[in-house]
Design a protein around this ligand. Structure first.
Ligand code: MSP
Length: 514
């Protein structure tokens, strides 16, 4: 069961335009998915959009359109950004698709038959913006604690899910699976929350119709979160293609931001328990990104769009910055200045210059042909050890979603290669015919180091890795299997290299002050 590596992002509310915060989860998932493919795993990487709920219905009404026409017209905001960011998702689910309605209906029926869904009445607050039922005690000055917007008093007949009866099983499961909810601080918050006592959850609405009808009572549509969580099952053909489902479920990682962890770490596991399905292996809640110290909001006008940064810095610099600058589990602050600094120091200088000078020397001194490796000396042994240990530890960090640490390690290798080149001074060796074999050795090992770096950065910066691969005369980096390809010395002497354009042209320092 579950031999496919299955990773998901939340499905985004389609009426919000993606910004650097929403793109953060998807980018992280893409890095993991690409890495797992490199390891030879069969991967299913899912993202998509959440199209039901009152917020969408209201937005459509304001535009004078039907909700379906409205969501159809804006879904490309998401697909376009994922394409721009070179996101390699295997599927894109929309909750208005028939495949999703089928699974949601099947699932709720199953819970109803089991006696875990019952008709009751709900009276309380509802925040339309966050699509959340709220207790009076949760309100802050009468408003939604998440978005500060006014809340509505709702009094409806609703179907309820018996969440309360899963409290003990959930706690036991979390206890027995310490790496189920990550990071650990968030896990502790979830445990404390469950310990305060779980109330049954309202899972249907009658005051509007934009949702999936409950099969046993068509006056009700499913509560948008109940429907949304089920996307993780509908995309893998739950109840339709059992063989596929068995190979893919449970998910290895559900990634999301911290504010929606409870849905994924409490309600979702309880729903799965109720349906007798295994729970996801890990759920990870990352931090929130602010912009120049402030929460992003339309009213502040400080929402940063990926497209603007990609236009300025390029897609791989975007990907590098967001994975390098922040620690995935905690909040972080975006600033253009830190992005520019990292661009110039780490991409243009450390990596870009290294690549360009090694390939330039290979061109100048060896007519673009990879020379013989020769016999490694002390300097080479140090370099080879560094590369081997970096390959292993960067992979280990990535598997724990410590992307920034993984990149920091890879950059230590980049520094080590720069030092190796400086120390070995090929330009001096080139002046002495008697040292031709030494020059061969230094050039070979520098080029081999670039080959290794290309493989290591591939999940983070696929296009850059591909360019480096191409410059080294290699083909089809996507189909190279790790860790075997990280054996030192696989670059064949005689291979033709090329210089190509600079990977990351330096940006004006003056622009740093903008
Ligand atoms: N539709 C629900 C998810 C349903 S999943 C079954 C939803 N959508 S959302 O569009 O509001 O948010 C999706 C994700 O974007 C969340 O993981 C959230 O944390 C993330 N982010 C939104 N703003 C963010 C930042 N400023 N920073 C980092 N992530 C942020 O919730």
């Amino acid at each position: 069961m579950g031999e496919v590596f299955y990773i998901t992002t939340p499905i985004y509310y389609v009426n919000d335009v993606p910004h650097i915060g929403t793109a953060y989860t998807t980018l992280a998932a893409d890095v993991v998915a690409r890495f797992m493919r490199q390891q030879g795993r069969e991967v299913f990487f899912l993202t998509g959009v959440d199209e039901h709920g009152q917020k969408v219905a209201q937005a459509a009404a304001e535009k004078g359109e039907s909700p379906q026409a409205w969501v159809d017209s804006i879904v490309s905001h998401f697909t376009d950004v994922w394409e721009l960011l070179n996101i390699s998702n295997d599927d894109f689910i929309r909750t208005t698709e028939p495949r999703h309605a089928r699974v949601a209906g099947l699932f709720i029926d199953k819970l109803k038959e089991k006696g875990d869904v019952y008709l009751g009445s709900y009276e309380g607050w509802y925040c339309i913006h966050d699509e959340a039922f709220l207790l009076s005690s949760q309100l802050v000055e009468g408003a939604c604690p998440e978005c500060n917007r006014p809340v509505d008093w709702v009094k409806e007949e609703n179907y309820f899910f018996k969440l309360s009866s899963y409290q003990d099983r959930l706690l036991a499961y979390i206890e027995e699976h310490p790496d189920f909810i990550q990071p650990e601080s968030r896990r502790n918050e979830v445990v404390s929350f469950i310990n305060t006592g779980l109330a049954d959850q309202s899972i249907s609405r009658t005051s509007f119709t934009w949702g999936i009808p409950c099969p046993f009572d068509e006056r009700h549509v499913m509560y948008v979160w109940f429907d949304a969580l089920l996307n993780y099952l509908s995309a893998i053909d739950y109840g339709a293609d059992d063989a596929r489902f068995e190979r893919t479920w449970p998910a290895d990682w559900h990634l999301m931001g911290k504010e929606i962890l409870r849905f994924h770490a409490v309600i979702w596991p309880a729903m799965l328990m109720a349906a007798d399905l295994p729970l996801p292996r890990h759920v990870f809640a990352h931090g929130w990104l602010t912009v120049e110290g402030k929460k992003m909001s339309k009213s502040l006008g400080n929402v940063v769009r990926p497209a603007d940064l990609v236009e300025e810095f390029g897609v791989d610099a975007y990907r590098y910055y967001f994975m390098r600058e922040f620690s995935f589990g905690v909040d972080g602050n975006f600033s253009r200045r830190t992005m520019l600094r990292r661009y110039n120091a780490e991409l243009a200088n450390d990596l870009g210059n290294l690549e360009s000078r090694v390939l330039t020397m290979a061109g100048k001194y060896r007519d673009h042909v990879v020379p013989q490796p020769g016999v490694p000396g002390g300097e080479e042994s140090t370099l080879i050890d560094k590369a081997t240990s970096t390959g292993l530890s960067a992979a280990g960090k990535l598997e724990q979603l410590a992307f920034n640490d993984a990149l920091a390690e890879i950059w230590e290798l980049v520094h080590a290669v720069n030092r190796y080149v400086d120390f070995s001074a090929p330009w001096a060796l080139a002046k002495d015919e008697a040292r031709s074999a030494d020059l061969d050795r230094v050039l070979y090992n520098s080029l081999e180091a670039l080959r290794q770096i290309a493989l290591m950065i591939f999940p983070y910066m696929p296009a850059t890795a591909e360019k480096m691969w191409d410059h080294l005369g290699q083909q089809d980096i996507e189909s190279v299997a790790l860790p075997a390809a990280l054996e030192w010395g696989l670059l064949s002497p005689g291979t033709e290299t090329s210089r190509g354009e600079a990977l990351f042209p330096r940006k004006m320092e003056a622009a740093e002050d903008n």
